[in-house]
Write a protein that binds this ligand. Sequence first.
Ligand code: FAD
Length: 429
Amino acid sequence: MTDTVIVLFSRDLRVHDHPALAAACERARHVIPLFVIDPDIPAGNRLGFLAECLADLRGSLRERGGELVVRRGDPVAETMRLAGESGAGAVHTGVDVSALAHRRQRRLAAECERAGVEFRAFPGLTVVPPDALRPSGGGDHYRVFTPYWRAWSRQPRRDVLKAPGVVHVPEGLSPGRLPEPGHETYELFRGGETAGRRRMEQWLRHCVDDYADGHDDMAGNRTSRLSPYLRFGCVSPLELESLAGEAGDAGEFVRQLCWRDFFHQVTRAFPRINRDDYRPRGHEWCDDEHAAQAWREGMTGIPIVDAGIRQMLAEGWMHNRARLIVGSFLVRRLRVDWRVGADHFFERLLDGDVANNYGNWQWVAGTGNDTRPNRPVNHIRQAKRYDPEGEYVRRYVPELATLPKRVIHEPWKLPSGVPGYPAPLVSMA
Ligand SMILES: Cc1cc2nc3c(=O)[nH]c(=O)nc-3n(C[C@H](O)[C@H](O)[C@H](O)COP(=O)(O)OP(=O)(O)OC[C@H]3O[C@@H](n4cnc5c(N)ncnc54)[C@H](O)[C@@H]3O)c2cc1C
């Protein structure tokens, strides 16, 4: 039995179904759960949510006799310093896919080797590990969703793991300070595993059956809103998939979890997904800062676009259908570079993560994994179809709250326009 194992947490802020933690508790007399706050990584508006996640995780570990040790600085240096101080013989962590995470993990593995400390990386980020599936025709990852979905559905799953009953932390360690409260938080999303599990259970008990019919209803609250919890690993995607399978008619919902896995395996193979075109197709983008800024602020004069952006600014989250409309408006109508939009989303979304955000943006822009990159999008038709009563627009664009349904999506049809609301940036005729 190893005496002490450090478990380095990152995007896996939970105790349930946590393979790195479970293995440490099984093999070691002492376990040190560690989170390192890296001041070089901007957390955008996610810092408040992260602070709540860490407080919740510390609470869960303390209930088990353990502790969450918090340090500030470079995660590799801080982990190695703690390993030196505690005499830890091994470091466990979770596999991640972004370029930054890759680099960090490689450095950590190298430092561990130099110090004679065992290093092990565990699954848990996705339902199926990002390196588990290879297309039979060759290549290191799937480029197209449907064959991936088929292979993913057939792939055997590991067991969902219970939360450890006790966590024995060595004596004398200073726990370290959690991030100070007072960062931006959002009423609808309280961070942490406790809140995430509550939402997961309610969703599966009461709502998942309605998902196939309701997920495109922009005004209805008919999707799970679990994405921030998946982003920070407060909820295990494997446990969610497994419980959804027992909950009833969840096929369409499980397919969305497969999309998440799909983009993670793309990002693992193409870590520059947040900067470079996945499939360069010679797009020429307009350098129109005025239009980009109006879009960022939800002031384009196109109600459905402005409503989506303003939902994100107010709630830290945006409905998927709105993300598609808002994103394709920027790249198809304004011809602004997808990186401009994706960076704004990444900064403002609580669920903003490299794989899902940039993978979806490239899909929308036609530089990514869409097999029909030039599919036509009619933004007004989409607005009328997915927000037929104009309820979504009225909720997020108060200037338009009293407009009748017949003009809510096309206020430019009113001869005098709407006071306080801009004229459309581009003609929507
Ligand atoms: C331009 C654009 C940017 C996006 N950026 C992000 C992002 O930064 N982070 C993020 O998690 N999702 C992103 N998405 C995907 C999707 O919009 C969100 O996952 C979804 O709206 C989250 O709401 P929900 O939890 O209620 O999802 P549900 O519909 O309840 O789906 C359940 C889960 O499946 C996953 N999922 C659903 N749709 C997708 C998808 N298209 N791609 C990948 N995973 C999916 C999410 O983890 C989600 O929480 C983006 C989509 C677009 C079009």
